[in-house]
Design a protein around this ligand. Structure first.
Ligand code: HEM
Ligand SMILES: N/C(=N/c1cccc(CO[C@@H]2CCNC2)c1)c1cccs1
Length: 358
């Protein structure tokens, strides 16, 4: 009898029954114990799965967006056993979550790991841009160079542009991974323009509307869901202060600063800070004008403060990883910077897992 699994299962089931005010937890625990004795594992009810996915979000210490943890749409795809069916489910997730720009927080949960057999999505995010190493530097997203090479090794042919959407790579157990192109009409993107600087659109920048994290493991009561892609909406700084700004990503601060006519020779001119602000303003302006959900880092911090209060009202204390909760732009202008959080890892939760392309 796998007592470690039973202990994690018991702790989760008791938490679920207690928080939901359900009765007769002992009878459910007897069924779970019997299942583990009989088959080495147990099966979550849909209600347990939904509660587990939501509480895993509530426990995600690095997430500033947790105020809305109870509004998660959960798709139960544990019965799917073929790559093609999983691909179709992912397209449905992308459509449902995108919702024409009124983004809906959603998670799709595929079959959990059992006896070293597992379903994996090799992508970091369902939608992400390719990165190509050339003699004159990287074209596209440098963060995707390694994964792009893997896709090419598996037969994918990218267009060689700066914003090519990568294919989905789905692997079941030890079968060969299968590649699937996402139809371009399924991928909502936002062309970036600035509210005052007309030259900004000439940079021909864009970003995808919805972030779908597809490489983390969802752990609920000792059961490991190794393929459980989830999405929310972006906080503007993720795009404007990191993806497009980091010098190991699209490295656009010098480009924006020069177009603004700033003196990029002297750090003291704060040209990087001025460029950052305009880049972030362009992101928020473009997403809002296209009616694509996005949140600025001040509003997100206010929402997080409300989350902290709501947790206290439920006799819980919000845990957090301060180093990730503070936004990369004007962190000290938010209450988060002046607060402290215990970085305790409660379960259920989302975890990193080994790179699928081992
Ligand atoms: C609804 C809007 C949401 C917003 C605005 C939001 C915002 C963020 C931001 C800004 C980060 C830091 C990312 C980074 O710095 O790279 C983050 C991290 C995280 N979020 Fe949220 N989030 C949202 C919804 C969700 C949902 C629906 C889930 C899961 C069900 C989730 C789970 C997480 C996790 C696990 C991390 C940490 C990732 C890591 O450690 O790499 N978030 N979130
Ligand atoms: N806005 C978001 N931002 C992120 C949430 C989790 C992870 C990430 C990206 O993390 C990468 C790995 C470490 N930094 C970048 C971004 C969401 C994605 C999915 C739901 S909400």
């Amino acid at each position: 009898m796998n007592t470690e699994l039973y202990q994690e299962a018991e702790s989760f089931i008791r938490q679920f029954y207690q928080e939901k005010g359900l009765s007769d937890v002992e009878s459910r625990l007897n069924d779970v114990r019997a299942a583990i004795e009989d088959s080495g594992t147990y099966h979550h009810t849909y209600e347990e799965l939904v509660y587990g996915a939501k509480v895993a979000w509530r426990n995600s210490n690095r997430c500033i967006g947790r105020l809305f943890w109870e509004n998660l749409n959960v798709f139960d795809y544990r019965q799917l056993d073929e790559e093609e069916a999983i691909f179709q489910a992912l397209l449905k997730h992308i459509d449902f979550a995108t919702n024409g720009g009124r983004i809906r927080s959603t998670i799709s949960i595929f079959r959990p790991k059992l006896n070293e057999k597992e379903v994996r999505i090799w992508n970091h995010q369902l939608v992400r841009y390719a990165g190509y190493e050339t003699d004159d530097g990287v074209i596209g997203d440098p963060a995707s160079v390694e994964f792009t090479k893997m896709c090419e090794a598996l037969g994918w042919q990218g267009a060689g542009g700066s914003f090519d959407v990568l294919p989905l790579v789905i692997q079941i157990d030890d079968r060969a991974p299968k590649l699937f192109e996402i139809p371009s009409e399924k991928v909502l993107e936002v062309p970036l323009r600035h509210p005052e600087f007309d030259w900004f659109r000439d940079l021909e920048l864009k970003w995808y509307a919805v972030p779908f994290i597809s490489d983390m493991r969802l752990e609920i009561g000792g059961i490991e869901y190794t393929a459980a892609p989830f999405n929310g909406w972006y906080m503007g700084t993720e795009i404007g202060a990191r993806n497009l700004a980091d010098d190991f990503r699209y490295d656009l601060l010098p480009t924006v600063a020069k177009a603004m006519g700033l003196d990029t020779k002297r750090s003291a001119s704060l040209w990087k800070d001025r460029a950052l602000l305009e880049l972030n303003q362009a992101v928020l302006h473009s997403y809002r004008e296209d009616q694509v959900s996005i949140v600025d880092h001040h509003t997100a911090a206010e929402q997080f403060r409300l989350f902290e209060k709501k947790e206290n009202n439920q006799n819980r204390q919000a845990t957090g990883d301060w180093t990730w909760l503070i936004p990369p732009v004007s962190p000290a202008a938010t209450h988060v910077f002046h607060s402290s959080y215990e970085d305790r890892m409660d379960s259920p939760n989302y975890f990193y897992q080994n790179e699928a392309y081992k």
